[in-house]
Design a protein around this ligand. Structure first.
Ligand code: SAH
Length: 211
């Protein structure tokens, strides 16, 4: 099967589970094959995570779509991503929001994601090498924060980087399996919703897992 056919099939199958048309359009327009090692190019539109080296993975398209839809982006937002990896999720966000800030702790991934995103012409994405504090407080506040690695708990440091009413989507659980959690920042008590099970590589850092 050619990549175009595989892409159309994937989009057809996602359209049964994802209702936000803008999210589906973003997945249809970002070439996932350019974010993965060329050896797996033929699998670019299989609905599976794929290795991107350094023990890390590009997430399954369904999870990318679900997490993105959960952020409720309309086009005017400033969004923070923790865990740039290949840069694929950042490209999807760049299609749907005004400005994207993304941080990654592995310098080689920062470099390759930067190259891919520049080649594709994205001018609204900033990539930073992660520092000790989770996220990128210098750019805060963000209307939406997405964490693409699994955390042991909801990190206060990230909730603090949200605007009032801002949304955080984060996998929370053990090192091996997590629940996808949505936190909406509110004046008094934050709203916490569980979107179901998932599996991510661990979030490493001060308020997360040890390496
Ligand atoms: N969103 C990526 C997939 C990311 S995999 C994509 O679309 O390809 C998770 C990434 O999180 C890994 O690259 C890992 O190095 C990174 N990571 C783990 N802990 C981190 C931290 N504290 N800050 C920034 N990045 C982190």
């Amino acid at each position: 099967m050619g990549l175009e056919t595989a892409r159309a099939r994937l989009l057809e199958s996602l359209s049964h589970e994802i209702s936000d048309k803008r999210v589906l359009a973003a997945l249809a327009s970002v070439p996932r094959e350019l974010f993965i090692p060329s050896d797996y190019c033929h699998s670019a539109y299989d609905d599976v995570p794929l290795s991107i080296g350094f023990g890390q993975t590009i997430s399954q398209p369904f999870i990318v779509a679900l997490m993105t839809q959960t952020l409720g982006l309309k086009g005017s937002e400033k969004v923070l991503e923790i865990g740039t990896g290949s840069g694929y999720q950042a490209a999807i966000l760049a299609e749907l929001a005004k400005q994207v800030v993304t941080v990654e702790r592995i310098p080689q991934l920062v470099e390759s994601a930067r190259r891919t995103l520049e080649m594709l012409g994205y001018t609204n994405v900033e990539i930073h090498t992660a520092e000790n504090v989770l996220g990128w407080p210098a750019g805060a506040p963000y209307d939406a924060v997405i964490v693409t690695a699994g955390a042991p708990r909801i990190p206060d440091a990230l909730v603090e980087q949200l605007t009032p009413g801002g949304r955080l989507v984060i996998p929370v659980g053990s090192r091996w399996e997590q629940e996808l959690i949505k936190v909406t920042r509110r004046k008094r008590r934050n709203l916490i919703e569980n979107l179901g099970g998932c599996r991510f590589v661990p979030l490493i850092g001060e308020d997360a897992w040890e390496q």
